[in-house]
Design a protein around this ligand. Structure first.
Ligand code: ACO
Length: 426
């Protein structure tokens, strides 16, 4: 039986359908609200608003549950590599062994970018933030590929999505190398996606490899490093209607180029309240500098007159724990010795975690460590500098954005995003 909600305004009763998803809370359908009542609803920050239907990702914030296409994130990170997760998000099913190899192979060959991109990157000052260069480069990609994608044509969609997923790591490596003023490294088609990204960061012409510009020793890329980064990519692959994904869908709703929509998503992600938090977490741990200073900064975070916030704490949806953070914390513990994690940063992070998880202020507001609290220490151990952290998030999330873009395009009832306002001016 269809459920109906009644709302009484000025003695008049209006009826609105209640929709039921396959999981999650019921949703009040207010699409006819303005037409029926002449009133708008008011929900800045969309705390109570579902903006679309989706079959991609499910989050239960109270239970700390995250699923891609129905599969729990714990199972996906344990049993599958990142490119299999991409395949799942794009095709709604996990690949067979053959499909996995074919998809991997296709992406290896799509990783190259037009030689003209070197001029684009060289036009940036070396001090430019990698996120500024990356979002511009993705926007520039839209100039190289036509914008009309027939999403009903599977091969066209596969080409459009595979291309952007494959090229983003290459563009991120170009941004990194521009910052250092060092020669670019072309993708190596003999390497798996994640290993190839580390290779494009570390390699020098002539086959030498460095983990970090300041290190002299040649260093191979270990399986442990690839697995760690691959897990980080998987954990970032999608997260339903967050700020950057909503940005991608909003841009998609105007009919703009898909890569233009993704470039907008990259800029939305950059902010420190969203994906930029991973960079801010490490900056904050470095600022705190010593376990002795932790109490002082916890007090600042709790002070209502101080704008200081504990970066990597809190989440709009997760009110119990962030399952991605749990997986990364476990990974951090496993890799502590193997990856030579920075013990000073870890000590400060553990003290913050211990205090915050037992402190009334944080408990009352359901503030738990989020994914960004743990990813930075691992990325630092991989030799990735902190200004590149949010580009790592971009690499992982691109598949989510493109899947959400196509879902929007396939939705016959989708409309241009056009919210209204409560006017308070003259
Ligand atoms: N440190 C201290 N206090 C905090 C923090 C924090 N990190 N986060 C929230 N609070 C407090 C707020 O001051 C507020 O307190 P009040 O009720 O006394 O005014 C209360 O908790 C609720 O905070 P809101 O900002 O209303 O919560 P919202 O859901 O809008 O914000 C957000 C969520 C943006 C993630 C916030 O918790 C935050 O700024 N965290 C730090 C940045 C961060 O880690 N971002 C990454 C998020 S995960 C991701 O995007 C991948």
């Amino acid at each position: 039986m269809k459920s109906i909600a009644t709302i009484k305004i000025d003695e008049k009763v209006y009826e609105f359908p209640i929709l039921e998803g396959t999981r999650g809370p019921k949703v009040l359908d207010i699409r006819s609200f303005y037409k029926d009542t002449g009133m708008f609803t008011y929900d800045p920050g969309f705390t109570s608003t579902a903006s679309c239907n989706s079959e991609i990702t499910f989050i239960n914030g109270e239970k700390g549950e995250l699923r891609y296409k129905g599969y729990p994130i714990e199972e996906l990170t344990e049993k599958y590599k990142y490119l299999d997760i991409c395949y799942l998000l794009l095709n709604s099913k996990l690949p067979t062994h053959e499909q996995s190899i074919e998809f991997d192979n296709e992406l290896r060959h799509r990783a190259f970018v037009d030689e003209g991109f070197q001029s684009l990157f060289n036009a940036f000052p070396r001090t430019a933030h990698p996120m500024a260069m990356l979002s511009s480069a993705v926007s520039a990609l839209s100039a190289f590929y036509y914008d009309h994608v027939d999403i009903s044509d599977e091969s066209e969609f596969a080409q459009m999505s595979g291309r952007i997923i494959a090229k983003i790591p290459t563009l991120a490596s170009l941004a990194y190398r521009r910052g250092l003023g060092i020669p670019i490294i072309y993708p190596d088609i003999d390497r798996y996606f994640t290993e190839n990204f580390l290779y494009m960061l570390r390699a020098y012409p002539g086959g030498k490899m460095h983990r970090n510009i300041n290190e002299k020793a040649d260093t191979k890329i270990s399986d442990i490093e690839v697995k760690a980064l691959d897990t980080i990519f998987t954990l970032h692959a999608d997260h339903e209607q967050n700020a950057s994904t909503t940005t991608v869908r909003t841009v998609a709703s105007t009919g703009a180029h898909p890569y233009g929509a993704i470039s907008a998503g990259i800029n939305a992600l950059w902010g420190r309240a969203h994906g930029g938090a991973n960079e801010s977490v490490i900056a904050q741990l470095e600022l705190i500098g010593n376990v002795k200073n932790v109490d002082k900064y916890i007090a600042k975070a709790k002070d209502p007159d101080d704008s200081f916030r504990l970066m990597g704490f809190g989440h709009r949806v997760y009110k119990n724990f962030d399952p991605r953070a749990k997986i990364l914390k476990k990974l951090q513990d496993q890799l502590k010795d193997e990856l030579n994690l920075d013990s000073r940063l870890l000590e400060i992070a553990h003290k913050i975690e211990d205090i915050a998880l037992n402190d009334e202020y944080f408990i009352k507001r359901n503030l738990y460590p989020n994914i960004d609290f743990y990813s930075g220490v691992i990325l630092t151990a991989l030799g990735i500098p902190k200004n590149m952290f949010t580009t790592i998030f971009v690499i992982g999330r691109t598949v989510g954005w493109i899947s959400q873009w196509v879902e929007f395009k396939k939705d016959k009832k989708a409309k241009i995003a056009r919210p209204r306002q409560l006017y308070l001016g003259l």
